[in-house]
Ligand binder design. Structure first.
Ligand code: LMR
Length: 396
């Protein structure tokens, strides 16, 4: 069975992160995987996470199984974080949330749930999108299509082409949208564009599936939820995959949630019962530690205020770094207009660098970005931004 087995190709993102770790150059810079780094180049554990963990250590009384869909307290805090306090969707009970191991499992549970209840539905992904999206939806057995999203000549959303394509999608198909901080481009719709997207979705009877992995890292926690809220109309249906890897720094704890929004509380419970079938056959029930931290922080008013300020601090640093990057490139004599980087949001930007330039950055300068030209802006800091900009000037 295994004698003649060939190696599978490395993952487009984790593969490069591993190559970076093996690079012996002391001046190497990792701008690959989507992990926030502070100005000293470290990925800190949030102060509020440490406080919540200390509390858990004291107070936790058992390590028994959670239920298949996880903790109800967790579902409540997740919904409040997504929709805001007192939203009609939560008040009416027409949403149901399952706790999942990370945002990836939220996407996979959502995908298998769709395959179970509407196997003929196709999933429409933005072109480009996170390289794992086609793998996740493909693994669930769903047919995948793409809609245009990015105009690389203008370094902005190809909005007219996007809307024209959405208008052609058959009713009942699934449209994957990035709630904020589009991965990989960093280009998000404006509030007016969100309204137009929501209009087409409602008119066409499409089901939005929102990947919401970066809430708070674009402009702020509530600001980044504005796009999703535009899609929330009376009777609207959608799925939302939340991740708390970035906005709680809980990457290795695998904390996420799959929320399904339906027209009624009864439909929400029916939907959840099917999602639970998918979960039980997959990982049975979710791990508890990371989600307990999230509950503990979001349900304690003091911790919550401190956490919100930690998230806003990350957000501000990312946007400062964007401005400094553009300024430093200009100071290095780069004449190409990179001002679009300042308009993009979240930790990623499409730099417009080619695959060859990305490889040259890696091979000559030990600066790692993805072959697509995607860079993790949050990997730059006062100690390395000069070298990164000098190297980019060199490869250009
Ligand atoms: C990324 O795009 O780098 C992150 O979402 C991490 C991952 O799992 O790929």
């Amino acid at each position: 069975m295994f004698e003649t087995l060939e190696k599978a190709p490395p993952d487009a993102i984790f593969g490069l992160m591993e190559a970076y770790k093996k690079d012996s150059n002391p001046n190497k810079v990792d701008l690959t995987i989507g992990v926030y780094q502070d100005d000293t180049g470290t990925t800190p554990i949030f102060r509020t996470v440490k406080l919540a963990e200390a509390r858990l250590l004291e107070e936790e009384t058992d390590k028994s199984y959670l239920s298949i869909d996880g903790s109800p307290e967790y579902a409540a805090v997740v919904q409040e974080l997504v929709f805001g306090a007192g939203h009609e969707i939560t008040a009416s009970g027409r949403a149901a949330t399952a706790q999942t191991p990370g945002g990836t499992a939220a996407l996979r549970v959502g995908a298998e749930f769709i395959k179970r209840i509407r196997p003929e539905a196709r999933v429409w992904l933005s072109d480009p999108t996170w390289p794992n999206h086609p793998q996740v939806f493909g693994a669930a057995g769903l047919a995948i299509e793409t809609y245009p999203y990015f105009d690389s000549a203008a370094n902005a959303i190809a909005f007219d082409r996007m809307i024209a394509a959405l208008k052609e999608i058959p009713a009942g198909d699934i449209v994957l949208l990035h709630g904020s901080c589009h991965n990989p481009t960093g280009a998000d719709p404006t509030p007016e564009q969100w309204t137009q997207i929501a209009n087409v979705i409602a008119e066409r009877g499409l089901i939005p599936f929102i990947d919401f992995a970066y809430q708070g890292l674009g402009d702020g926690l509530r600001e980044d939820a504005a796009g999703i809220l535009t899609l929330c109309r009376p009777g609207s249906e959608m799925l939302i995959a939340s991740s708390f890897s970035k906005n709680f720094g809980l990457y290795c704890e695998r904390v996420g949630a799959m929320t399904v929004v339906t027209p009624s509380a009864k439909a929400a419970q029916a939907a959840l019962s099917h999602a639970k079938k998918c979960i039980r056959a997959n990982y049975s029930n979710p791990p508890s530690h990371g989600a307990s931290i999230v509950i503990s922080i979001l349900s304690d008013p003091d911790l919550r205020v401190q956490w919100e300020s930690e998230v806003q601090g990350m957000c501000n640093r990312i946007n400062r770094t964007r401005r400094l990057f553009v300024k430093t490139l200009a100071a290095k004599g780069v004449t190409r207009d990179f001002s679009f980087i300042e308009r993009q949001r979240g930790i990623f930007s499409y730099t417009g660098l080619t695959k060859e330039q990305a490889q040259e950055l890696r091979e000559k300068h030990s600066i790692y970005i993805l072959d697509s030209g995607r860079m993790n802006v949050a990997g730059m800091n006062a100690g390395n931004i000069d070298a990164v900009c000098q190297a980019i000037a060199d490869v250009l």
